[in-house]
Design a protein around this ligand. Sequence first.
Ligand SMILES: Cc1ncc(COP(=O)(O)O)c(C=O)c1O
Length: 409
Amino acid sequence: MLIANKRASHTDYPNELKTILSVESAEQSRQWLKNWKLLSSSATPLWDLPDAAARLGVARLSIKDESVRSPLGSFKALGAPIALVRLILRLWPEHDLDPKGLIEGRYKAMLTNLVVISATDGNHGKALAAAAQTIGCNCVVVLHANVSAEREQAIAAYGAQIIRVRGNYDGSVEEAARLAKENGWHVVSDTSYEGYEAIPRDVMQGYGAIAAEIVEQSESHADESAFTHVFLQGGVGGLAAGVASYLWQIHGPKRPRFVVVEPRQADCLYQSALEGRAAKATGSVDSVMAGLACGEASPLAWKILERCIDDFMTIGDEDAIRAMGRLAAGTGADIPLVIGESGAAGYAGVEVVMRDSQLAHTIGLNGQSRVLVISTEGATAPSVYSECVGETADSVLARQAQWLEATIR
Ligand SMILES: Cc1ncc(COP(=O)(O)O)c(C=O)c1O
């Protein structure tokens, strides 16, 4: 399913949106994040997949590989640490704390009584737990029933206290808010709700680093983007808002066409486009794309998305699984890549569109199109990955190493 968003604008980036997300603030976050030991010191790779482009019938297909952003395995490592740093700066303005020192853990002694809490599908909670551990505060993570034991252990390994609740993601968000109020803890969530916007804004702002690197690596210029189409997977909408707002501000009216891709069962952004406001999903909110299994759009993200996402589409779990396999396989010219269930959704969206000539025509995808997708995670749940791809992540990585050796030689 795909709908065009009639509210999408191709003007300059509006000034009123700069108070939510801006290139300037994204750049500041990026500089501070450079001091976090769990983030790669170099840009994540932007790979061209020429064989996939030829098979799909587009001129160029590029993939930004966020699986290697951090040992945490996903792009979420860019959000939680910066939100936590900015929260601490706001809590203790009189201390004149050095943000770089905070992220390096130099203020641990003064933070031992600070407790942060968040709900998560997995990746945000892991990033928050790891950030809290480095910075020196305590972390509680609320998990809903569908988060696997494997993901729970990965979060607990970074010292977080885990609380399990029944129901889905939205129930865990409510429980985190309730516990915070009851205990005087601070919610550090990647989704916004009424009266709670500053922290999710900071989280989204952290994701701008991905777009900044894309602009540099693709040699895009203000008046010409290297890409005509950008496919962005949507959970609550934070990733899409963080990346699309950055590219919109850089390219203005010449920005690429943005397409948001969600699981059919967790279509809260698609429903938001239909209703014209941040809305709830209509499906079961249970998908193999665990990071995208969100029942409610983030209202703050929606303020950005409603103005710049040109199309909203949904895909099936089987589409994501097929995409993971294709990307893992690689070809003579395409590097084999380890891309997790949610990570493959953007690419899966391109495949779904190109299978249907009517859809491709609707969004102007053709032999001249230069398409960008973002792999937002690696094998963050290794057993699910092996089951979906029929091969372990380590085995794919071994083939990747061989491919690199053969190609670079
Ligand atoms: C791997 C992955 N990709 C994409 C997303 C979507 O991000 P957002 O919820 O900000 O839309 C998530 C969210 O957890 C995720 O874990």
